[in-house]
Design a protein around this ligand. Structure first.
Ligand SMILES: *Cc1c(COP(=O)(O)O)cnc(C)c1O
Length: 424
């Protein structure tokens, strides 16, 4: 048995079928020639969910909105990576998320969710699903299964629990939610109705360091724009789970038409070959940089899970030990002062670019309070998104260069303080 990283170069593709081409070609075609009407009939029956595919027998390609070899090969590799039965790819992370909501929610449902959520997800839940009479309830990171159950029973008894949706670790604070407690709560709701799906957005930590399905999640979602793509050159999404759930999602994708194009899939296939290398390096760089930052006199706090203290942060520390293997490479820190100091720091960085997005080969930094998390408005402080918070996604550069860039930018903040702008 090969390890997943050893399979990323070849799984799902046979060079002998394509002139010996070592790498899978880009299947830039909208439609496929069908061998016979009988084969076409079968292929359509499988594509529209009327019939199961025969294990081991190749599913015929029909039309690139339904399937295409670049999508299929990528999906096979993503399932290997996640150790799931199947995977489905989408045109963006938001496409994967919105398709999940459309597939499993109906009017009169309640969605239980963690907080804060990615801005796009939050907007979808609050502004778009609300129009369909789908309500939401937020849970706390400290909530156990019983707490989740009681919160719902006390205030939303007439609603059907349609889904438990977690984003853990949460962007931008790395707040952790227990997938096991959410899964236990789902079991409790199943006593009075259907068991709601537990869905985990695993984008922020990335696919290597946390396996939500192992901890009781039914479905894992990714913005493949981030670690899976990893080079800031594409937008895509992915979902992994049981064969049955993914089949349902692919069927809806056919009608929503939100699949990625073959070229994007090809780029992600290329990226998967170095996923382990990139994520290992990014993570070790992040640990080095976070450690350095934690000793800097202008830094109040560094929010990387490996910095959690066993006693003082016992609840978060316990979840970290239970479900994450490593701390990842995206974290925030609080600079002494406020927005002015955070802006000075960010504007003074040279190698590290000011940009949103994360998980790529290059280091990026941004200001959640006025950028990615602006849409939380008055709730920002409640979630720890303060004006002095700076988010940084660590890349694969030499850690010494990252630290020098940060160190020089910190000096600019110090100079600003000395010349009259007071650091509180
Ligand atoms: C970026 C991101 C998304 C949205 O993904 P897109 O590919 O931009 O649509 C969803 N969730 C998280 C946690 C993200 O960081």
């Amino acid at each position: 048995m090969l390890y997943p990283e050893s399979k990323m170069m070849s799984a799902g593709y046979d060079p002998n079928q394509f002139e010996g081409s070592l790498k899978a070609p880009i299947f830039s075609t909208s439609t496929f020639t069908l061998k016979s009407c009988q084969e076409a009939k079968e292929a359509f029956e499988i594509a529209f969910g009327l019939k199961d595919s025969v294990p081991g027998k190749k599913v015929e390609n029909i039309y690139s909105r339904l399937n295409n070899p670049n999508l299929s090969i990528l999906e096979e590799r993503l399932a290997i990576l996640e150790k799931s039965e199947d995977a489905a790819v989408f045109s963006s992370g938001m496409a994967a998320i919105s398709t999940t909501f459309h597939q499993w929610l109906q009017p009169g449902d309640l969605v239980i969710h963690s907080a804060p959520l990615y801005g796009g997800t939050y907007h979808y839940l609050k502004a778009i699903l609300d129009k369909w009479n789908i309500k939401t309830i937020e849970i706390d990171p400290t909530d156990q299964a019983e707490d989740i159950y009681l919160k719902v029973k006390n205030s939303f008894e007439e609603f059907r629990v349609g889904m438990i949706y977690l984003e853990t670790p949460a962007n931008p604070t790395n707040t952790l939610y227990s997938i096991r407690e959410a899964s236990k709560a789902a079991e409790m709701f199943s006593e009075t109705g259907e068991k709601p799906l537990v869905v985990v957005d695993n984008t922020y930590l990335g696919p290597l360091w946390q396996k939500p399905l192992v901890h009781g999640a039914d479905l894992v979602l990714y913005s493949a724009t981030k670690f899976l793509g990893g080079h800031s050159d594409l937008i895509a999404g992915a979902a992994m789970g049981s064969g049955e759930l993914i089949r349902e999602m692919k069927l809806l994708r056919t009608f929503m038409g939100n699949m990625p194009d073959p070229w994007t899939c090809w780029l992600i296939m290329r990226s998967l070959e170095t996923l382990h290398l990139r994520m290992e390096k990014q993570c070790s760089n992040a640990e080095t940089v976070a450690e350095w930052l934690s000793h800097h006199p202008l830094v109040e706090e560094v929010l990387l899970p490996s910095m959690l203290r066993p006693i003082q942060d016992s609840q978060q520390f316990k979840i970290y030990k239970q479900q994450c293997e490593r701390p990842g490479s995206v974290f925030s820190f609080r600079i002494k002062g406020g927005e002015k100091e955070a802006f000075k720091f960010l504007d003074s960085l040279k190698m590290i670019k000011l940009a949103v997005s994360l998980g790529s080969t290059e280091s990026l930094a941004e200001h959640p309070y006025t950028m990615t998390h602006l849409d939380l408005f008055d709730d920002r402080e409640k979630y720890g998104v303060t004006p002095n918070l700076v988010r940084i996604s660590i890349g694969v550069e030499n850690a010494e260069d990252i630290i020098s860039d940060i160190s020089e930018a910190m000096e600019k903040v110090e100079t600003m303080a000395e010349t009259g702008l007071v650091v509180k």
